[in-house]
Design a protein around this ligand. Structure first.
Ligand SMILES: *Cc1c(COP(=O)(O)O)cnc(C)c1O
Length: 229
């Protein structure tokens, strides 16, 4: 059997991560590759699972609910990350399916997630999304509000906040945003820093990323988005 192209690309990404870690004087074991499988169907995801990848990211709850329960049942050690915006009416499904929710960014969603965790007796890991570029159209708390928001999520809502994530503006030097996010994590004593995508994960590792979210470099070009209800 010839290896699937995605398996080859996965191996190449892992090599690049190892090289970037070495360059930065960091242990490769401290960097988690989140394979972003949004828009990819089960047939595209299975070869990547077969190649040994166990951590995946999706950006839409509805889409993930359609494909991951079966894949997770086949592979119980899979860890699924929600990396896209979360509406409160999807919090129930999100808490039931995802092991990590990277996009906590407002009090209402913190409250609803807290209620769902109690109701379902689930304990996903949470990251606070920071809008490092202060972009009007982008989700995330403002950098200067991050520390207070993290504190509130922990103390008022008892969420297991493990770190922070960001999506830098496309037209700016990502390094500035990576450095800012790392600083915000350090100031709140948080270990997990989710940043870096296909184009810049090596740079993110240099700036302290513990989780890189890589889609197209593994799966190739994205499939046409499914029509969402
Ligand atoms: C799609 C997506 C990624 C992966 O992007 P690629 O450029 O395909 O690697 C990473 N993070 C988030 C939040 C995304 O939505």
């Amino acid at each position: 059997m010839t290896p699937h192209p995605s398996a080859d690309r996965l191996a190449a990404v892992k090599q690049d991560i190892a090289a970037a870690a070495e360059e930065a004087g960091r242990a490769v074991a401290d960097i988690v590759l989140v394979a972003v499988s949004k828009t990819q169907d089960e047939a595209a995801i299975r070869p990547v699972i077969a190649a040994g990848q166990r951590v995946f990211g999706e950006n839409r709850v509805q889409e993930a609910v359609g494909k991951w329960p079966a894949l997770k049942a086949e592979n119980p050690d899979i860890e699924l990350h929600l990396i896209g915006p979360l509406q409160s009416n999807k919090a129930r499904e999100a808490v039931a399916l995802f092991d990590w929710i990277e996009t906590v960014d407002r009090e209402k969603i913190a409250r609803v997630l807290s209620e769902e965790c109690q109701r379902q007796d689930r304990k996903p890991g949470f990251l606070v999304q920071v809008n490092t570029g202060g972009e009007a159209q982008k989700a995330g708390v403002q950098p200067r509000e991050a520390a207070a928001f993290i504190k509130m999520c922990r103390e008022k809502y008892h969420l297991d906040i493990r770190g922070v994530m960001c999506i830098p503006p496309v037209d700016e030097e990502a390094a500035l945003h990576f450095a800012l996010l790392k600083k915000i994590a350090d100031e709140s004593g948080l270990k997990v820093v989710s940043m870096g995508m296909s184009a810049d994960f090596d740079k993110a590792i240099a700036y302290g990323a513990t989780h890189v979210r890589v889609g197209t470099a593994i799966f190739g070009p994205r499939q046409k988005p499914r029509v969402m209800a």
